[in-house]
Design a protein around this ligand. Structure first.
Ligand SMILES: Nc1ncnc2c1ncn2[C@@H]1O[C@H](COP(=O)(O)OP(=O)(O)O)[C@@H](O)[C@H]1O
Ligand SMILES: [Mg+2]
Length: 288
């Protein structure tokens, strides 16, 4: 499995405080990595450095062989818009825009016409269990629904990597689990990698790997510095919250090739080979 994104020797200081003390992390294609650790341990700083939001004081970040930490803000901004997707704790949806336009926005920013962008955006609503919500404004959505709109917005440009910083932190536990699971599944179905910061220990069931951060360092021995050894083999086996039978929790794995009848072939359904069926299957009882 190839490395899509890699940070090496990442150091970030805020005044005297060392937020990252020399951290390395490689993310593989299609891999879902959970970053866990106490508040203030450096999780967000690590995510921001990997995502080109923040420049590290030392170290390098490479996306598909391209060094991104040395780029100027303009270039990094373009790269974030085209290659990365973001989901934050509060969806940061624009309150005055209907859900479908919130999802369409990253496409429009990339030059897609409004009509085209909205049409593409609408395709995500069914798969994400949001059918009928297209015209609602964020204030008319529940927290779980709003985060699913944010997930759609992150995926709509078909990015290489999705970054999510405590995306379920503001949701009740049950909705949070459903949303987290949907995030992991939808990301995988689209062939994107996922880097998700979370306090939810159950997330380990759905992610390939859990990385523990403490005091600006990745705890050795617990994180999988090794690449994931393919499906069914969890490099982080032995982590208390990561049963090796975890892939049993992927009911829709392998359902990637359903044709979507009647769909304009020039505009394939969201996600290569991703169908509405598996995506909605992974939302049992979501009340959001
Ligand atoms: N913009 C900032 N200015 C000053 N200190 C910061 C800033 N961002 C983070 N820090 C500090 O860096 C450390 C790591 O923060 P952060 O990465 O946000 O941790 P986490 O996401 O794990 O809660 C903390 O001590 C925090 O106070
Ligand atoms: Mg944080």
């Amino acid at each position: 499995m190839s490395v899509v994104l890699e940070g090496t020797g990442l150091v970030k200081r805020f005044g005297p405080a060392v937020a990252l003390g020399g951290v390395g992390l490689a993310v593989h294609t299609g891999e879902a990595v959970a970053i866990m650790g106490p508040s203030g341990s450096g999780k967000s700083t690590l995510l921001h450095c990997l995502a080109g939001i923040m420049k590290p004081d030392a170290g390098e970040v490479h996306l598909l062989g391209l060094r991104i930490d040395a780029m100027g803000e303009r270039q990094r901004s373009a790269l974030r818009r085209t290659r990365f997707g973001f989901v934050f704790q509060f969806g940061q949806l624009l309150p005055e825009l209907p859900a479908e336009e919130n999802v369409a926005l990253p496409l429009m920013l990339g030059g897609v016409s409004r009509a085209d962008a909205v049409r593409q955006a609408r395709e995500w609503f069914g798969p994400l269990g949001l059918g009928g919500m297209e015209g609602r404004r964020p204030g008319e959505l529940s927290g779980g629904q709003a985060q699913r709109v944010a997930i759609a917005r992150a995926l709509v440009t078909r990015p290489a990597v999705i970054f999510a910083d405590e995306p379920t932190g503001a949701l009740d536990q049950s909705t949070g689990h459903d949303t987290m699971r949907l995030l992991v599944e939808a990301t995988k179905h689209n062939g994107a990698s996922l880097v998700v910061v979370t306090h939810d220990h159950q997330v380990a069931r759905w992610c390939d790997r859990v990385v523990e951060v403490r005091d600006g360092q990745i705890i050795p021995g617990r994180h999988g510095a090794r690449p994931p050894a393919g499906h069914g083999a969890h490099p982080s086996a032995g982590h208390g919250a990561h049963p090796s039978a975890g892939h049993g929790a992927h009911p829709s794995a392998g359902h990637g090739a359903h044709p979507s009848s009647g769909h304009d072939p020039r505009h394939p359904v969201p996600g290569q080979g991703v169908t509405r069926e598996p995506a909605t299957q992974i939302l049992p009882g979501v009340s959001g």
